[in-house]
Write a protein that binds this ligand. Sequence first.
Ligand code: HEM
Length: 393
Amino acid sequence: MSVQSASIGQSVKLADLALDPYPTYKKLRAHEPVAFVPAANRYLVTRYNDIVTLERDPETFSADESGSLMKRVMGHNLLRKDGAAHKRERTAIEPSLRPGVIRQHWVPVFQSIVDQLIDDFIADGETDLFGSFAGPCAALSLRAMLGLDTATHQDLQTWSQAMMDGTGNYADDPAIWARSDAAAAGVDAAIDEMIPYHRKNPNPSLISSMLHAEDPLTREEIGANVKVIIGGGLNEPRDAILTAVVGLLANPDQKQQVVADNKLWRPVFEETVRWVAPIGMYPRQTTRAVELGGVMLPEGAKLGVVLGSGNRDESVFDNPDRFDINRAKKPHIAFGGGPHFCAGAWVARAQVGEIALPTLFHRIPDLAFAEKPVTWAGWVFRGPTSVPVKWNA
Ligand code: HEM
């Protein structure tokens, strides 16, 4: 590694990553694939193969990060636990997210949510899909899956954003803590309202699964896990829906192809989350000194696992910056890997790839970009923040 290239990590600015992280990732992959980035106070791991290697060794690369702000905001949930403690909580939520349950129970729920949302704006001839479609679709679907029937979709979206802002509040801003604490209290109140119902009436929802598991979760564990699922199961499907719309409208030949052949919605979904990984980065911490990507990491080193970069690694994906539903099939890493591999992967595929996108493009075949610009933001979480579209109503 040259002296010049070793300084790339030092000069990375978080504001640049939030605007467009991909040029920086490309430089890091080429010259400094495991780079200490002072602005993020962690080593960023940007190559696909190093990420896969790390995920195969959860004993060395722990998810239980010390000083985790996520634990402060949400409580100690399954995403920050290792080994048997993690497995116990993961086992408790799994019955709600099995392919059979998704097909029988959640798919009809998702379909009716999507139909209703489109009914509400189809006569308008224009909309911003962020606020009218993708956000409420993800929030209403998640509300149903959690079993938080008394919350509104606006509640869920506000709680999700406030808690995610809290988990990133390294500046210790008291206003952000106040909002994230209020959000956590709102989630707790909504859970307490619903627990008596779910206790009496076992059903496919996540809260019911946690209560009725063979080894039931405590109220505290339920609270922490519902919060992490609101933080992690809402923005990602929303961002995947919007990213797919942008990818297809910007590539009309690919849009034509998928509208003519329903089987292609699955490749659309997979290519979407490869192209722009909704969770762009997540943390790990070393439990011992270890070498990764040619760099000797000390025990206790904090890492940022940059899925958004691994998914654009040119040694794995040809022409990686291009959205291409016809690319050669190679496994992307948008759902992570190892024991924390996304528990909602099949639900997300159904919600986004089988229901939301096909229904939107079939009901509005002439969907097109409006004259206003599409905007994007983020690197830890990344997606469009505005997708203005129009059609002939
Ligand atoms: C396109 C949509 C989604 C993407 C890209 C995504 C991505 C991810 C990733 C990368 C992780 C691993 C994080 C880490 O290891 O630190 C994860 C974990 C998780 N996801 Fe998702 N997710 C999506 C949708 C969902 C949905 C809809 C749900 C719930 C209904 C969900 C529930 C979870 C849970 C519970 C975990 C923690 C698993 C564990 O610790 O064992 N996800 N997700």
